[in-house]
Design a protein around this ligand. Structure first.
Ligand SMILES: *[C@@H]1O[C@H](CO)[C@@H](O)[C@H](O)[C@H]1NC(C)=O
Ligand SMILES: *[C@@H]1O[C@H](CO)[C@@H](O)[C@H](O)[C@H]1NC(C)=O
Ligand SMILES: *[C@@H]1O[C@H](CO)[C@@H](O)[C@H](O)[C@H]1NC(C)=O
Ligand SMILES: *[C@@H]1O[C@H](CO)[C@@H](O)[C@H](O)[C@H]1NC(C)=O
Length: 426
């Protein structure tokens, strides 16, 4: 609250005296033991230079370079009053002020900058739900707190090695009264997916006073029911009668799936064989990332095997998925995927259809125009015909009365005359 009157007073003094001190930098962050140069400048020669560092006032003389805080600058005659501070002490955290003689009057002019002597924060704390595992789709929330740094630490989030950016909330910086240390906290919100399973969530704290970042981390365990990796009915191609046949299905599941096959009346739970050892359900094979191959081995594929449907039920604690499989002795159909050429062909074909359809629609919509035009055109040769030999027209009225004929929209000369006769009569 006192800042405004104080600031106002300062501005007033500056305006009244017409004098300001230019101080650079306005703010600096340094570690204990670092050095810092602060420079104050006025546009007129000065004969003294004083600087307050911490609670100690220093009188800086250009020729004296032996102290911890010494004069820096091009010289008093250039209006420069700078301080080179050689070894920054913890207790110097705070303001550094310079006091210069005024151009006129007797009130000294001052400049003030802020020195933050960096102090490392305490270790980051990752606060998250205590449960050891989550379900896919759960909204996971966590908070990272890095206490008591000066200045506040910076927080970044990672999932394994990838920086995590979406769902990161604004950081909140707070400090307890009377202590010039700052605590930063930041929350994240994330909808968990199957891909997050097994990942390490890392909150990383970086700070000027730390040589290397500090991490707090936890593992994410995400469970989900068995999921298909491909949709639609499954056909296993390329089987040979009399040879071994393998029926593979790839599913994603966490925790690991249990597989049960139904072949006719036979139900086998993996890993297991039928009595005759002709059908073996293999133990689901983990491919990594929660993907499993579930395989049924037929020792020798028989003709009737190709005609049946095989049913597979994959289960875990969270749910189940069912599959039906057919076998085929044919090779997998090729060319299901469209080549760019084929796509281009289809596009050209579709365009042609569109053009034809729109032309047809145009022709229909403008039927009258077309017919009129056509009747003109057909009438001219007709007329030429009728003028010379006249035989197609069984009467002379047609040629005698061409304007009436043109008004008629019937183009065929033979059919129009029977209709036209009553017309002309009316
Ligand atoms: C430091 O300077 C600022 C203005 O730059 C002032 O508001 C603040 O009160 C000063 N702090 C101390 C401890 O003198
Ligand atoms: C951050 O999360 C904590 C609990 O995890 C909650 O108390 C706090 O209000 C949250 N802060 C923000 C800004 O969302
Ligand atoms: C099934 O998996 C085996 C390997 O276990 C592989 O050799 C075979 O090609 C797969 N069959 C099909 C139809 O994908
Ligand atoms: C897993 O099954 C897929 C077919 O679903 C097959 O292509 C692949 O080769 C199998 N992998 C192993 C290791 O059996």
């Amino acid at each position: 609250m006192a800042v405004f009157p104080a600031l106002f007073g300062l501005i007033l003094v500056s305006i009244v005296t017409g004098q300001t001190v230019e101080i650079t930098p306005k703010q600096a962050v340094r570690r204990v033991g670092d050095d810092l140069t602060v420079l104050c400048k006025v546009p007129y020669p000065i004969d003294s230079c004083r600087m307050t560092v911490g609670s100690t006032p220093y009188r800086l003389i250009p020729s004296n370079q032996d102290e911890d805080v010494v004069y820096s600058g091009q010289g008093l005659q250039f209006g420069e009053c700078g301080a080179h501070i050689k070894h920054i002490k913890e207790e110097w955290n705070g303001n550094i002020s310079c006091m210069l003689p005024p151009q006129s009057g007797s009130i000294e002019v001052t400049g003030t900058m802020r020195l933050v002597v960096a102090k490392p924060p305490a270790n980051p704390q990752l606060i998250s739900p205590p449960q050891s595992n989550f379900k896919e789709g759960d909204i996971f929330m966590a908070q990272c707190v890095v206490p008591n740094g000066r200045p506040a630490a910076r927080i970044t989030w990672f999932l394994d090695d990838d920086q995590f950016l979406t769902g990161v909330h604004q950081p909140i910086i707070s400090s307890e009264p009377g202590i010039d240390l700052e605590t930063i906290s930041q929350n994240i919100t994330k909808e968990l997916s199957a891909d997050d399973n097994g990942k390490r969530l890392v909150c990383r704290a970086e700070h000027e006073a730390l040589d290397s970042p500090k991490d707090a981390a936890r593992q994410l365990v995400v469970y989900y029911p068995p999921k298909r990796t491909e949709s639609g009915p499954i056909t296993i191609f390329g089987l040979k009668i009399g040879s071994e046949g393998r029926l593979n299905v790839t599913v994603r599941s966490n925790p690991p799936p249990e597989a049960q096959w139904t072949v006719g009346d036979l139900v086998i739970t993996a890993p297991q064989k039928n009595e005759e050892s002709t059908i073996t359900a293999l133990e689901p094979l983990h491919l990594g990332g929660g993907y499993y191959n579930i395989t049924l081995v037929l020792t020798a594929v028989a003709k009737e095997d190709v005609d049946r449907t095989y049913y597979l039920r994959v289960t875990n604690d969270l749910g189940r998925e069912e599959f039906s499989l057919r076998l085929s002795t044919m090779d997998e159909p090729a060319g299901v995927e469209l080549s760019p050429g084929a796509i281009a062909g289809i596009i050209v074909g579709v365009l042609l259809v569109i053009i034809v359809v729109s032309l047809t629609v145009y022709a229909k919509a403008t039927d009258k125009w077309c017919f009129e035009g056509r009747s003109h055109r057909t009438d001219i040769p007709d007329g030429a015909d009728s003028e010379a030999p006249l035989p197609p027209h069984d009467d002379v009225k047609g040629s005698e009365n061409p304007t009436h004929e043109h008004g008629d929209f019937i183009s065929n000369g033979d059919t129009k005359h029977p209709e036209k006769k009553p017309d002309t009569a009316v």
